[in-house]
Design a protein around this ligand. Structure first.
Ligand code: PLP
Length: 390
């Protein structure tokens, strides 16, 4: 593990030392239940939860009453999609999303379709971009929700969330934004951007795993989302279950420490410049606005799984789901019109503020050598070289 170069930060990040240190006392010194308000230890734990809520609200520029803690983005997505569908059927059953959303969204919506939901899956172009005029056209008086992520976890493509929220606002339709990959890389001011519902997850921003926050805007007509988990009435009955105090404290601390520097983007660009000099290598969504830490690179005529196996010193990802031992091509890349072969030849590199110049330099050397070696022994590469395949 010591020498592993970790470039899988869109999957999860290392917890920062200062975040971890804020959490430790709530495991071993103050381990009280934050709902036990009859003793001082419980009241202190409760105060720590409320401090974290203030930290999240300040980072997003929203009210503390609009922040709810839960186990992470998957739970938020399930809560919102199922909760909105359940409560807004008198308005309609129509939900709009995009083909490149995270599986947590797509799978939940497929389940809702079985119950009668009508879902529009917007197409994207080869960069992952949606046509905003199509979004506007699809919103009807029966549309109960638009669900579009802020940034794509595989390619890093950033949707124009200001424009999307403005369209939804104008058309009087709720907008739910999965900002799991966006928060931690950029500031988002919810007083300026009229997103109605937003989710984030601590483990993507150097916080602990298994904790997230859901923002639900307070409006003159309250947004109706039913609780997914019933029980002891925590979070005003919206999300039952004993407060995970150390994790909540860690989330609050991680939200305070979001850095603002261009160093990650510079390293990402150095990596891209070096690797795209290899023949038949290209970068997905390079020409559009992307997360500064992410690059999705296609090494044509090579299986990404083979390339990763050749580089055990590197922690990378193909971005695709591994189902029963066989790798499926990424649904994101397929939706962008990328061929199945190129999708299976794509590797995602996701950096973090902990990534060093030396690590990127070593990565370039290892990947360049591995591509050369694999292609030397590849009959497909030889066919390509002979002009027999494209
Ligand atoms: N949404 C996006 C865009 C993600 O990248 C992820 C994590 O991979 C999730 C949702 C799910 O997040 P969590 O691990 O907090 O459930």
């Amino acid at each position: 593990m010591k020498d592993l170069i970790y470039l899988d930060n869109n999957a999860t990040t290392r917890i920062m030392d200062d975040v971890w240190e804020t959490m430790v006392p709530y495991f071993i010194h103050n381990y009280a239940n934050a709902s036990s308000l009859y003793h001082s230890m419980g009241r202190e734990a409760n105060a720590a939860v409320e401090k974290a809520r203030i930290q999240v609200a300040q980072a997003l520029n929203c009210q503390t009453k609009e922040v709810f803690f839960n186990s992470g983005a998957t739970e938020s997505i399930n809560t919102v999609l199922k909760g909105i569908y359940k409560n807004y059927q008198s308005k309609g059953k129509h939900i709009i999303t995009v083909k490149t959303e995270h599986k947590a969204v797509l799978t939940t919506l497929q389940d809702l379709e079985k119950e009668g939901a009508l879902v529009t899956y917007l197409e994207v172009d080869h960069t992952g971009k949606i046509d905003l005029s199509m979004l506007e056209k699809h919103i009807t008086p029966q549309t109960i929700l638009v669900c579009i992520m802020a940034a794509n976890n595989e390619t890093g493509y950033i949707h124009p969330i200001d424009e999307i929220s403005a369209i939804c606002n104008r058309k009087d339709c709720l907008y739910f934004c999965d900002a799991t990959q966006y928060i931690g890389k950029f500031q988002l001011d919810l007083a300026q951007t009229p997103i109605d519902i937003l989710c984030l997850s601590a483990h993507k921003l150097h916080g602990p795993k298994g904790i997230g926050a859901l923002f639900i805007r307070r409006k003159s007509k309250p947004i109706q989302i039913s609780a997914l988990i019933a029980g002891g009435g925590q979070e005003h009955g919206f999300r039952a279950g004993t407060y995970n105090v150390p994790n909540i404290v860690g989330l609050g601390a991680a939200m305070v420490h979001i850095p603002h520097d261009d160093a990650i983007m510079q390293l990402r660009n150095d990596l891209e410049n070096a690797l795209s000099a290899i023949p038949e290598v290209y970068i997905h969504a390079k020409e559009v606005s992307r997360l500064p830490n992410t690059t999705s690179i296609c090494f044509r005529h090579i299986l990404a799984s083979e390339l990763m196996t050749h580089c055990p010193q590197l922690a990378l990802s193909s971005g695709s789901a591994c189902v029963s031992g066989t790798r499926d091509p990424s649904h994101v890349l397929l939706a962008m019109g990328i061929s199945k072969e190129d999708a299976l030849a794509t590797v995602r590199f996701s950096l973090s503020r902990l990534t060093t110049k030396q690590e990127i330099y070593t990565t370039i050397i290892l990947i360049t050598a591995a591509v050369k070696k694999i292609r030397e022994h590849s009959p497909i590469w030889q066919l390509f070289q002979a002009g027999l395949i494209t």
